[in-house]
Design a protein around this ligand. Structure first.
Ligand SMILES: NC(=O)C1=CN([C@@H]2O[C@H](COP(=O)(O)OP(=O)(O)OC[C@H]3O[C@@H](n4cnc5c(N)ncnc54)[C@H](OP(=O)(O)O)[C@@H]3O)[C@@H](O)[C@H]2O)C=CC1
Ligand SMILES: CC(C)(CO)C(=O)C(=O)O
Length: 300
């Protein structure tokens, strides 16, 4: 029996999936929302079961100082630091915090925000969910991979915690490599689909081959320069496998641009461009794509 009380940041797609799983497992779980007006219940639509209303969420004003022991933060990468700053007074001095998002660049910032007895974990997920006016819909099942990333007590969480909240999950010892492999895929697929307004599958055409090859090479060069073990042929093959497996999907970045929402570009291509600059590694194609995407977002 899992007797932890979990707090989940936001009422988004992954956060609602976590709240749904917790409810089914009898785990105490509260989603934290910004305002009282956001506390209305989310309707969750599982793939193979009836839709169900999730428990009411809790606004920040309803939190008790220093009370949160277990927190999972499944937010867009750009919302992680603002959320952690806001929630900090409500964290217990020995809290366990799990970050869960696409892209890279938040772990260092979050580590600076936590105090000595707290522990930080990171979880990357391949579950597929989306949100619209009717609620949150589960689109596909996937595995989640997690690791302890900062603090002195990794035993605060076990694989059972992650499987209870996210379904199939495994602890990994090579999180950095896993995250960079995913970063290569997101760098190759997300901005190109958003800029060209195409589904993922349309990238499997000659016209995009050189851009994809350049993006993979540049991302790989930057990752390798900071010591991440990445294999070129394996990554190119993986990018095309994902393009084919998700051929009918619109990438999350395409969806954000289409919905006039902020994108995660700073934590995907932007992360590679920034590190490349610091390390003196040229990333011309990534620079161009980053600028194009930024212009596209600012113009909308
Ligand atoms: N959805 C998916 O299938 C997958 C998503 N991911 C990644 O997981 C991360 C989360 O994605 P997803 O769940 O889709 O994102 P969503 O946009 O659906 O959810 C994020 C939610 O957090 C809310 N939020 C932001 N800041 C705060 C705050 N300070 N306090 C309370 N609530 C806040 C947002 O509210 P508001 O809209 O009002 O800002 C939004 O409802 C992203 O990095 C994504 O790329 C990874 C794999 C699959
Ligand atoms: C794997 C991929 C590219 C699927 O669309 C994705 O992670 C995203 O859209 O953010």
């Amino acid at each position: 029996m899992n007797n932890k009380t979990w707090f989940v940041a936001g009422q988004g797609s992954i956060g609602s999936f976590i709240a749904y799983n917790a409810m089914n497992k009898g785990i105490s779980c509260k989603q934290i929302v910004r305002e009282l007006t956001q506390t209305s219940q989310t309707c969750f639509h599982p793939i193979d079961k009836d839709s169900i209303l999730l428990p009411e969420s809790l606004p920040f004003s309803g939190l008790v100082p220093a009370s949160i022991q277990f927190l999972i933060v499944p937010l867009k990468a750009y919302d992680i630091v603002p959320f952690l700053t806001q929630v900090k007074p409500f964290l217990a001095e020995n809290a366990a915090i799990v970050l869960c998002h696409n892209g890279l660049g938040t772990i260092e910032l979050a580590t600076e925000l936590i105090t000595d007895n707290m522990d930080l974990f990171f979880c990357t997920t391949n579950n597929g969910l989306y949100k619209n006016e009717q609620g949150v819909f589960q689109a596909g099942l996937g595995e989640s991979l997690w690791s302890h990333v900062a603090g002195l007590q990794p035993e605060k969480l076990t694989n059972n915690d992650f499987t209870s909240l996210l379904g199939s999950a495994n602890m990994v010892n090579n999180l950095q490599q896993v995250l960079w492999q995913k970063l290569v895929i997101n760098c190759a697929i997300n901005p190109l689909t958003a800029i060209n307004k195409i589904k993922n599958g349309a990238l499997d055409q000659d016209v995009y081959r050189s851009s994809i090859a350049n993006i993979v090479n540049e991302t790989l060069a930057v990752g390798q320069a900071i010591g991440v073990e990445l294999k070129h042929d394996q990554l190119i093959n993986r990018v095309y496998q994902v393009i084919q497996a998700t051929a009918n999907n619109y990438s999350s970045m395409y969806q954000d641009v289409h919905a006039h929402k902020k994108t995660e570009i700073d934590f995907i291509t932007g992360h590679v461009v920034k590190l490349g600059k610091e390390l003196g590694i040229p990333t011309p194609t990534s620079n161009l794509i980053y600028e194009q995407l930024k212009t596209l977002y600012n113009n909308q």
